[in-house]
Design a protein around this ligand. Structure first.
Ligand code: ADP
Ligand code: MG
Length: 436
């Protein structure tokens, strides 16, 4: 440090060199611990040669460098200066954040676990481990929600922090009008004094040469003072054009997480959560129907729920699956790859055996009902992606062990009786045809 400080200057020495910790010298290789990948890349690019030369001077031998990224969350870099007081005239107290987009309201699933966990730890200690943070994900999968959640949580935990959420479109517009109205200084002062900048849908910056340039100045200035930067993009690097890749590659030093489409279980949980928030109690079988019909986009999942709510509040009676199908028929697109729904199976099996769907979902134990009920359960097991618990629910709240028992029983019958096997095949093709 003493050798290099005069060469690189105090500011750079404090930013780049001070956080380095030498942890081992082994076989001519010195292992240096750094806070994150951004640092290791930055140090390599800027100071690797000088470090090696300095070590050579000091020790008389050639020493190689190896960087290890600090993983221990409790030992993160302290912020360069304490989070400042918000100045009285600042507009950061004006909330640009949607108070409903919180972590509490964000349902965790496999599809978003990493993105969310990272977001939460950023809200706790901004500007340290995961900086910059890039969130990728298709449209309607929760990127904006997660960004607001970070902002909301940060404001709660660090009330004085200057947190700003904006879209890259807003950023561009604001920049353009600053240029036109001689407001560039104010624009820069605003953006460069932030503790956390969240820029949504960064892809809009692409091909807006000067705005992009301005964004990178902002970025560098914030990053150098160890402020948190978070951006989202609706394309993964693989789907980007070279221009887009160039923009994103400058951010990839930090931490990247992607959000995938939610699986069935998560879709069900999201619908329950939204129902709760909307104070709208949706019958389980309707939730299951919606969750298995609307598959890729959480926003349409939500839209479906709102339509159902409007209908239910009109009639006042709990919705049935048939009503739900009817209400949503224009918005749900069934394609061939859609897995079969339990409701369709119930309907076709009921027709075949001349019983009521109601009875299949009921608890009556006469043979004329139990056989078709078990057949329908069996077909639900083999034709849908539902778990036995979910199937039990679709059958009027039966236990999953009942479903498994039915499956075993019918499997045995299929093996023993070729006529019965033929009947099952016929039913399966009828069900598939009904889904088309
Ligand atoms: P994106 O920005 O990725 O296009 P949004 O964040 O706008 O998507 O999400 C669309 C809608 O879906 C929002 O209303 C959001 O609350 C909801 N949503 C997405 N993912 C989740 C989740 N995991 N839990 C709860 N709601 C979610
Ligand atoms: Mg969004």
């Amino acid at each position: 440090m003493d050798r290099l400080r005069p060469e690189v200057g105090d500011e750079n020495a404090d930013l780049w060199l001070k956080p380095i910790e030498a942890i081992a010298l082994d076989g001519g290789v010195l292992t240096l611990k750094v806070p994150n990948k951004f640092f290791s890349e930055g140090i390599k690019e800027r100071y690797q040669k000088r470090l090696v030369a300095t070590f050579r001077d000091l020790s008389g031998v050639e020493i190689g460098l190896d960087f290890r990224v600090e993983k221990d969350l409790t030992r993160m870099l302290p912020s360069s200066d304490p989070v400042p007081e918000a100045s009285p005239q600042s507009d950061f107290a004006l909330s640009d954040l949607n108070p409903r987009y919180t972590f509490e309201n964000f349902v965790i699933g496999e599809s978003n676990r990493l993105a969310r966990a990272t977001a939460e730890s950023i809200a706790k200690s901004p500007g340290t481990q995961y900086n910059p943070y890039v969130i990728y994900g298709g449209v309607g999968l929760g990127k904006t929600h997660l960004m607001h959640a970070i902002g909301n949580a940060m404001r709660r935990q660090h009330p004085k922090a200057r947190v700003l959420y904006t879209t890259s479109e807003q950023f561009v517009n604001e920049y353009i009008s600053a240029v036109q109205n001689n407001g560039l200084d104010a624009f820069r002062a605003k953006y460069r004094s932030l503790d956390c900048l969240l820029i949504d849908d960064i892809q809009f910056l692409i091909a807006k040469e000067r705005s992009e340039q301005e964004f990178f100045h902002t970025f560098n200035s914030l990053f150098d003072s160890r402020k948190q930067i978070i951006v989202s993009s609706d394309r993964s690097p693989k789907e980007m054009t070279p221009l887009e890749q160039r923009l994103i590659s400058r951010l990839e030093w930090g931490f990247i997480a992607d959000i995938k489409p939610p699986d069935l279980e998560t879709r069900i949980a999201i619908l329950r959560k939204k129902g709760e928030l909307e104070q709208f109690s949706v019958p389980d079988d309707v939730i299951l129907f919606v969750a298995s019909s609307v598959k890729t986009n959480v926003r349409s999942l939500e839209g479906s729920l709102i339509r159902l709510k409007a209908f239910q509040s009109m009639t006042g009676a709990p919705l049935s699956v048939d009503e739900a199908r009817d209400i949503l028929k224009d918005t749900i697109v069934y394609d061939d790859s859609n897995p079969v729904r339990a409701e369709t199976i119930l309907r076709i099996v009921a027709q075949k055996y001349s019983v009521d769907v109601k009875d299949l979902k009921g608890h009556q134990r006469t043979a004329s009902i139990t056989l078709p009920r078990q057949v329908a359960m069996y077909l639900s097991c083999v034709m849908t992606e539902l778990s036995s618990t979910d199937i039990g629910r679709a059958f009027g709240g039966k236990d999953h062990s009942t479903v498994l028992h039915a499956r075993k029983k019918i499997e045995k019958k299929v093996e023993e009786d070729p006529f019965f096997l033929e009947l099952m095949n016929k039913l399966q093709s009828d069900i598939k045809a009904a889904e088309r």
